[in-house]
Design a protein around this ligand. Structure first.
Ligand code: JB2
Length: 218
């Protein structure tokens, strides 16, 4: 008898959700039974064959139908607070966060992967790394050995985080950015796309450029 796959709902039906649903279809790790999205115009549509049934108010009905897990389907690179909010909505409904790992991700067996983390196509998570709850390591990103990636943080597409870096909760390392070994990036900080970070970034600060410096707003 085959293993029973968890039945899951994806919260959010935009770009990030498309990659997650594709990943789950490829990996076969779960059965995606529904998408919920806050945007009424998406209702009645489908994402790769998965119906968008309505908003988060439908969670109790899905639980009653035997759904056991949720996936945060929102990437929103500048608003991981929204990811955290939706994560809490999923937990509050009694569902468990599903960890999503694309079969092409290279994940060390000596890495720790938090519940609900999302490791997307072609990413690398090296030995001793610790990926927090609901954190995203997006397509082609590299998280080197012994890094600590905080809960709800997002290492975006093609970013490279060298050994022993700490990325705080809800922080974003933007697409294609590079972070030198041993650097600490504070909670909620944002590293702009393509930046090269060679010194610590305080919590809540946005840095951009090469070498990365705090963004001056005019
Ligand atoms: O509270 C909510 C909620 N708020 C917004 N609950 C639910 N269930 N859904 C919510 N949404 C929905 O998330 C929006 O109505 C929208 O349909 C979806 C977000 O889609 P969007 O394509 O705007 O963003 P994304 O986060 O999926 O993707 C962005 O970030 C990724 C990391 C894009 O920039 C992607 O290109 C990028 N790869």
């Amino acid at each position: 008898m085959g293993q029973v796959k968890p039945r899951c709902v994806v919260l959010g039906g935009g770009g990030h959700a498309r990659v997650l649903i594709d990943t789950l279809l490829v990996s076969g790790a779960a059965q995606v039974v529904a998408v919920l999205d806050a945007e009424p115009s998406r209702r009645g549509s489908e994402v790769f064959g998965v119906p968008v049934r309505g908003g988060d108010e439908l969670l109790p009905a899905l639980v009653a139908e035997g759904v056991t897990h949720f996936v945060v389907g929102i990437g929103m690179v500048k608003a991981s607070t929204l990811r955290q909010k939706v994560f809490r909505v999923g937990l509050k409904s009694g569902l468990r966060p599903l960890t999503v790992i694309h079969p092409s991700a290279v994940v060390s067996p000596r890495a720790m992967i938090g519940d609900g983390a999302q490791l997307l196509p072609g990413c690398v998570v090296n030995a001793g790394a610790n990926i927090g709850v609901d954190a995203v390591v997006n397509t082609g990103a590299i998280v080197e050995h012994d890094c600590v990636i905080g809960a709800h943080a997002h290492v975006a597409t093609g970013a490279r985080v060298a050994g022993m870096v700490k990325v705080g909760e809800e922080a974003l390392v933007g697409a294609g950015a590079t972070v030198r070994q041993g650097i600490a990036i504070g909670a909620g900080a944002v590293v702009g796309a393509g930046a090269v970070v060679v010194k610590d970034v305080p919590a809540g600060v946005t840095v951009v450029g090469v070498p990365a410096e705090p963004l001056k707003r005019t």
